[in-house]
Design a protein around this ligand. Structure first.
Ligand SMILES: Nc1ncnc2c1ncn2[C@@H]1O[C@H](COP(=O)(O)OP(=O)(O)OP(=O)(O)O)[C@@H](O)[C@H]1O
Ligand SMILES: [Mg+2]
Length: 440
């Protein structure tokens, strides 16, 4: 059994899991390097550790080592005084049956071990994928969680404004289309329609006046005829001559007055009024178009103002988000993010060196753990520790120890001697863990 140093130890046992026959190693806070040649079983060992905590969803499709009847994965958490064992057995039907057993220092078994484990992990399961391997959107989501920057409300407002601006844009297009189809209005068209009812009143009065005049003219004509008749009968009607003469004189007199009165009459020129009425309906047609145009132009101006306002508000939200992000305290020194991407010292994370990304992954793992309600210390997997030089390995160890984190780091190496020199906790050879260190 391999130990690196004392204190807060985790005793890890892996049996017949993937490429591992037997791996028994003690892990301590810091970088626990698992060494071995390619194919020796290093990843199998790291996966086993993750599988214990991560549950069935991390169990691979063929977890039991070829030729074995089952696997056993076990950790004894010294500090917590509990033992967690995940056991897989291949049944008669060839199917795998998995069980989880958690016992305390006295050997009492937990009745709901998975629930207990979930509670201990506090929503911070061991993630098989490193932070830098996640999709940009998931990286940003995790960073938001960890930094507590929640833009749900701002994003909602932005979305609503986007929709509003879009709708106004359509309304503006409609109004512009309507205006372009309206005929142009002749210059000098009044703003209000001309009243034809007034002119119609005048026409009615004129007609009444002219009818009265016609009556008077007819009466005058009748008087003239009467005078003619009287003159004709004068000769024959001697007895009535005097009377007739008087009547004649009277009629002549009356006729004279009537003629004089008729001569003074003036007719209203109805043609002008008819023309005015015709003109008015033409003008009013133009007035109607002018009013429609003015209303549409007013609506367009209003829509343009609303469009600009929505745009300004959207810009303000974007600026607010940028400002909040630039002021936020980041879990990884030099890390920043915007809506699209995560950066390290201003360089997109995906363009950073592998060592830079590895370190960022570890720091993110620590931050996510700190943010969760985990009751267990942080467990972090570094699958590509071969990419680290000695200085970075040292840095990794320092960061892990400073945070009480157990880092399981897989590193390719050729000999057990090399593993000893590099301070590995175990050297794997053909699926068997060979202890390294002073007591190995
Ligand atoms: N269920 C299984 N039974 C037997 N062998 C398996 C099983 N699953 C995986 N293996 C084998 O175990 C071996 C070790 O694989 P593992 O990924 O652990 O190696 P590694 O030491 O991490 O290698 P590398 O340095 O290339 O990453 C591989 O040859 C793999 O094919
Ligand atoms: Mg590997």
């Amino acid at each position: 059994m391999a130990t690196k140093q004392q204190g807060g130890m985790i005793d890890l046992l892996v049996q017949d899991y993937k490429g591992v026959k037997k791996l028994h190693v003690v892990l301590v806070p810091g970088a626990n390097i698992i060494g071995g040649k390619n194919g020796a079983g290093k990843s199998s060992g790291v996966d086993a550790f993750a599988n214990i905590f991560g549950g069935k969803k991390l169990t691979p499709s063929k977890p039991v080592r070829e030729g074995a009847k089952g696997f056993r994965l076990q950790v004894v958490l010294e500090q917590q005084g509990i033992t967690i064992a995940r056991i897989g057995k291949i049944g008669e039907n060839g199917k795998l049956r998995e069980s989880l057993v958690i016992t305390d220092a006295e050997g009492f078994q937990a009745s709901s071990p998975q629930q207990l484990l979930d509670r201990l992990l506090g929503g911070h399961p061991i993630t098989p994928e490193a932070f830098s391997e996640l999709k940009a959107a998931d990286q940003i989501g995790l960073l938001r969680q960890v930094t507590g920057l929640d833009f749900t409300q701002l994003d909602g407002e932005y979305q609503a404004l986007y929709q509003k601006r879009h709708d106004i844009g359509i309304e503006m297009k409609n109004l512009q289309g309507q205006i372009s189809k309206m005929p142009t209005v002749p210059e000098g068209t009044p703003n209000e329609p001309v009243s034809t009812s007034e002119i119609t009143e005048q026409i009615k009065d004129g007609e009444a006046n002219n009818r009265a005049n016609a009556d008077i003219r007819m009466a005058a004509a009748a008087k003239e005829r009467e005078a003619e008749d009287a003159k004709a009968t004068v000769g024959n009607l001697v007895e009535e001559l005097k009377l007739a003469r008087e009547r004649r004189d009277l009629a002549i007199e009356e006729a004279k007055f009537a003629r004089a009165a008729a001569g003074k009459l003036t007719d209203v020129d109805l043609d002008d009024l008819f023309q005015m009425r015709d003109d008015a309906s033409e003008i009013n047609q133009a007035v109607y178009v002018k009013q429609q145009r003015q209303a549409a132009e007013k609506a367009l101006a209003k829509a343009q103002r609303a469009h600009k306002k929505a745009q300004d508000q959207m810009t303000a939200i974007s600026e607010e988000k940028t400002a909040t992000l630039s002021e936020a305290e980041m879990p990884v020194p030099g890390m920043s993010f915007d809506a699209e991407m995560v950066y390290l010292n201003g360089i997109p994370l995906e363009q950073c060196s592998q060592a830079e990304r590895l370190t960022a992954n570890v720091q993110m793992g620590l931050a996510a753990h700190a943010h969760s309600g985990a009751k267990l210390p942080p467990y972090i997997l570094v699958r590509e520790a071969s990419l680290y030089d000695a200085e970075h390995l040292e840095l990794l160890d320092e960061i892990a120890r400073a945070n009480g984190a157990y880092v399981l780091a897989e590193r390719t190496m050729n000999t057990k001697e090399q593993a000893e020199t590099e301070g590995a906790v175990v050297f794997l050879e053909d699926g068997i863990g060979l202890a390294c260190g002073s007591d190995g």
